[in-house]
Design a protein around this ligand. Structure first.
Ligand SMILES: Cc1cc2nc3c(=O)[nH]c(=O)nc-3n(C[C@H](O)[C@H](O)[C@H](O)COP(=O)(O)OP(=O)(O)OC[C@H]3O[C@@H](n4cnc5c(N)ncnc54)[C@H](O)[C@@H]3O)c2cc1C
Length: 443
């Protein structure tokens, strides 16, 4: 069986490993347009503040290991430009030699991820304007940072915030420009003020409601122009979102943003073609829709399922509930399920509980507050979502709630959970039990 995988990172190589482990008759070719395989993109921001000493430390397995140890025909600099789904053939170009190539497949996996969006604005070609996505990009950024005193980050989502923190920890001045009126706009507004205050407390200049319209400079960027003014800077990092890399895949069913729609087996709308990771849709168990939440956890899981199915098994991806977490200076910010805006699109009335709870017993040293917002379906009492911002203990609450959400538990059933308790770890009624204890329905 000839298997072709496009993309040599999280989803692609999770699949490749399952195929070579489970189907000795498979010949696996991986076509990767870059030269680095299997690296932890999530760790890239921490190269900036030195917590990860070198970008290369993020590589889990290099291309040689895939070739020699696992017998995978792992190509580098092979960019796929077209898929002929009738002839079952992919074609493309070697980005170094410019030589064309073609591969016939019995099974194809598209695992091409997503690329950062770069606003097409005036002078976007200037040097010193970066995105944080690949190891070569990070090497280029790290080469320029020693000559820089001031950095502007465009985009106040999770990658923008992680980069702001690490640039600041490097001792540089930072300005954060956000088009909307809040940072982390995926969170409901009751929680976003805390994030803004944390940025300001840490010396970040935050500009809200400013739309970047162009850059100024001759060779290197010298200023960012927004609808409100011109802001001098030495370097720009753009983190304004991502777009799935699926332009070459014509004739497939796609979401509005271009992500390939997959079923629970990771099959696309075309026979013998699978997709996984940031280039694919992610079935959301909470709203029962094909959603798009590009995260490393999901890419690895979907890749594994695609690989097992290509190898001959019948595995199902059970869906996401939309769980993520990030650190921003002293804050931990966690979310799972739907936010207000997404919940508004449910065919059901949703109640919101906003509370401040303690992370540990109120009498124990260093107790810290956490602010949480819990959404619950009014009629069915089913959990819909949780967002928490605090300094400690957010990860535990988010993961417990995510497990409850995955299992379609109700608000009142949160009280039945047998959670670990001792004063240094939580209150006797854990933070996520406070809302159902106070406001839950009693039979
Ligand atoms: C800075 C940063 C921080 C992050 N932090 C987190 C985090 O904390 N938690 C979390 O869960 N997720 C995080 N993520 C997201 C996570 O890294 C991605 O969801 C994950 O890498 C997606 O894996 P993938 O294999 O689908 O795509 P990718 O990792 O993007 O891999 C796709 C590969 O396909 C190749 N490719 C693309 N087009 C072609 C083509 N035409 N031909 C050949 N090859 C092609 C690309 O070069 C790339 O190597 C972060 C991402 C970034 C950038």
């Amino acid at each position: 069986m000839k298997v072709v995988i496009i993309g040599g990172d999280a989803a692609g190589m999770s699949a490749a490993m399952e195929i070579v482990r489970n189907n000795k008759a498979a010949h696996v070719v991986v076509l990767e347009k870059g030269e680095v395989y299997s690296y932890g993109q999530c760790g890239l921001p921490y190269v900036i503040n030195g917590k990860v000493p070198h970008p290369e430390d993020l590589i889990a397995r290099d291309v040689e290991e895939f070739r020699s140890k696992y017998g995978i025909d792992a190509r580098i600099f092979h960019e796929v430009t077209a898929v002929d789904t009738k002839l079952q053939k992919v074609s493309g170009i070697d980005v170094n030699s410019k030589e064309p190539f073609e591969f016939i497949y019995d099974k194809l996996l598209i695992a091409t991820g997503a690329s950062p969006t770069m606003p097409k604005i005036e002078n976007a070609h200037l040097k010193g304007i970066h995105t944080v996505k690949t190891i070569p990009q990070m090497n280029e950024l790290m080469e320029q940072l020693p000559n820089v005193k001031h950095v502007t980050v465009i985009g106040g989502g999770y990658i923008g915030l992680e980069v702001v923190e690490t640039v600041r920890e490097r001792g540089l001045d930072v300005r954060l420009i956000q088009r909307g009126s809040t940072l982390m706009s995926i969170l409901d507004t009751q929680l976003t003020d805390i994030i803004y205050e944390e940025a300001v407390k840490n010396g970040v200049e935050v500009l809200l409601n400013e739309d970047t319209v162009g850059y100024e400079g001759t060779e290197f960027v010298e200023a960012v122009r927004t609808n409100s003014g011109v802001h001098k800077t030495d370097l720009v990092i753009v983190a304004t979102g991502v777009r799935p890399n699926t332009q070459f895949a014509q004739g497939f069913a796609k979401l509005e943003n271009g992500a390939l729609i997959v079923n629970e087996k990771m099959e696309t709308s075309i026979a013998n073609v699978y997709a996984a990771g940031d280039c694919a849709s992610h079935f959301n168990r909470v709203n029962q829709k094909d959603d798009y939440l590009p995260l490393g956890t999901t890419a690895n899981k979907q890749g594994r399922i695609a690989g097992l199915n290509i190898a001959g098994f019948n595995q199902k991806f059970r869906g996401i509930v939309g769980t993520s977490i990030l650190k921003f200076f002293d804050l931990h910010i966690g979310m799972t399920g739907l936010n207000n805006e997404a919940a508004d699109r449910l065919n059901a009335l949703v109640e919101a509980y906003v509370m401040e709870v303690n992370d540990i017993a109120s009498y124990y040293p260093n107790v810290q507050p956490m602010k949480l917002r819990m959404l619950v379906e009014q009629q069915s009492r089913k959990l819909v979502g949780l967002q928490i911002v605090g300094k400690h203990g957010v990860d535990k609450r988010i993961d417990v709630f995510a497990t409850a959400l995955y299992n379609e538990m109700t608000f009142e059933e949160l009280l039945d959970l047998d959670l670990a308790y001792a004063p240094p770890f939580s209150g006797v009624w854990d933070g996520i039990m406070q809302a159902p204890k106070r406001y839950g329905k009693k039979e």
